[in-house]
Design a binder for this molecule. Structure first.
Ligand SMILES: [Zn+2]
Length: 115
C-alpha cells in the first residue's frame, strides 16, 4: 500500500482576494466556524459561512473578481451547482477535527468526491 492516495482530503488554499471576502463574511457571522468557497467555471465565486452544526451561518454571497457584478450566466442560474469547478471550506482557527470537517463537508457540499 502506498501513501499517495490521500484523495479524501484535498487541501485547496484560499486565494488572496477570497481571503478578504472570507474575513468580511466571518465578521458578520459570529457563529461561523468556516466559510464555504465555491469557484464556478465562469470565474464567479459563491461563499457562505457555515456553523459548527453544518448549517448556514450567513447569507450566500456571490461575486466576481474585478467586476461590478456577476456574469450573465450567474444572473440567470444563480451559480448553478452544475457549473461548480471547485468547492471547499476555509476553516477558522482552531480548525475542527478531521471527523467534524468531513461531517460538515458532506452536509454542506455533498458526498461528491472530487477526482
Ligand atoms: Zn458567473
Amino acid at each position: 500500500m502506498s501513501k499517495k492516495d490521500k484523495k479524501y482530503q484535498k487541501i485547496v488554499p484560499a486565494e488572496k482576494r477570497e481571503r478578504a471576502m472570507i474575513e468580511g463574511i466571518l465578521e458578520g457571522s459570529p457563529d461561523g466556524i468556516g466559510v464555504v468557497v465555491i469557484r464556478l467555471e465562469c470565474g464567479c465565486r459563491k461563499m457562505a459561512a457555515v456553523s459548527k452544526s453544518g448549517d448556514p451561518a450567513s447569507g450566500v454571497i456571490i461575486y466576481r473578481d474585478n467586476a461590478e457584478s456577476i456574469c450573465d450566466k450567474c444572473k440567470e442560474d444563480n451559480g448553478d451547482f452544475m457549473r461548480v469547478r471547485e468547492s471547499f471550506i476555509h476553516w477558522v482557527e482552531p480548525v475542527p477535527s478531521q471527523e467534524k470537517q468531513q461531517e460538515i463537508n458532506i452536509k454542506v457540499l455533498g458526498s461528491q468526491s472530487v477526482n
